[in-house]
Design a protein around this ligand. Sequence first.
Ligand code: HEM
Length: 427
Amino acid sequence: MLFGALQQDPLQYFTDMTQQYGDVWGMRIGNFRSFFINHPDLIEDVLVNKARLYHKGRILQANKYLFGEGLLTAEGDFWLRQRRLAQPAFHRERIAAYAATMADYTEQMLAKWCGGEERDVHQEMMNLALRIVGKTLFDADVTHEAREVGETLDMLLKIASNFGRTVLLPLWVPTPQNLRAKAGVRRIEKIIYRIIAERRKSGQDTGDLLSTLLQVRDEDGTRMNDRQLRDETITLFLAGHETTASTLSWTWWLLAQNPAVEKRFHEELHCVLGGRAPTMDDLPKLTYLGLVLTESLRLYPPAWGMARLAEEEHEILGYPVRPGYGVAMAQWVVHRDARWFDAPLEFRPERWENGLAKRLPRFAYFPFGGGPRQCIGNTFALMEASVVLATIGQKFRLSVLPGQEVRPMASITMRPRNGIRVRLEAL
Ligand code: HEM
């Protein structure tokens, strides 16, 4: 097994291996056996039809020190209960109210931008998305912590996605990396506990997710303790900001590479909004923007791969899967498969016109996963990405500075390795 190749560039590794071995192949790290599946029907089987035979994969499980028993990592009845509790906070009507905050925070960022300036657009999107999650879900201003959270996260995600560490070197082994990871978690926890304490003290119902979580009671009347609140809060903070920020960064990058698409994108904003801040009601009218986002999530899915651990014995295409075996799949590979997408490496938002999504197998395109564990924040993320793109796109065009190598880095999520330096052109 080419363990080094997997560590170094998992995107390339999974692409090459799939090209060589097809829709199902096996791999082994130490004594951990795993299948990689690449056909949409097999993926549907694992995520939907046989979902109850699986738990989350080893990388997420090995990162419970960070996510605890939050929605992303919890299992079974406990997960189901938490999911039901959190779900109302993500309903369309509820998040529609967040559009104004999203536009407002974007405007605040733009107030600091000047035409002709150079900036790292990924850094900007990360700070913005963090502030938006903080405000909309927890009614907390994390402006001052944005930098610290960003840097800590950077480090944690690098460590979190290290296949070698998760399989061979569990967290209790006091390696320098593990010690750094623990210190990082403590820094993030401090911020989270501050937010929880402030809210308990004020006792206010601010109508956000944290209010809901603080109010709910079990059948026996007990409320969520600080540890549970910490787990859910950290999970939503982390799941909700990196992913959306990366979607935005990759979209700016793709727009800048494709002048015809970029032109149509700006023209639509001008026609539909005419300089106004976008609201939730405007989004269905911004049809081209919707296609741009769909296509961006195809080529650069921030959740680039997913994994499960088998709990019960069964088969995949006749191969025996035993308890403890892993099953992995990668949006990165499926979304670039020429069986489903013509000229798969080209950025063509137009391909989604005329109902392509309906003609594809269900799991040929799954940026938000699927089945019971599908992303709870997908509507939130798409709304946020649309509002931010529309607000910025009415005022600025972003051109990518020459002489930099923009490359994806695949950790738990996939983002631009060294950021993306752009020049701002005021419109
Ligand atoms: C473009 C942005 C996003 C992408 C691509 C994305 C992708 C995903 C994917 C693929 C999963 C499934 C993981 C699995 O089954 O193993 C997932 C789960 C999840 N996501 Fe997202 N996500 C995004 C934004 C968000 C946002 C904004 C939030 C919250 C504010 C969020 C919260 C969650 C949570 C809590 C889960 C776990 C759900 C569960 O298992 O019940 N995500 N996300």
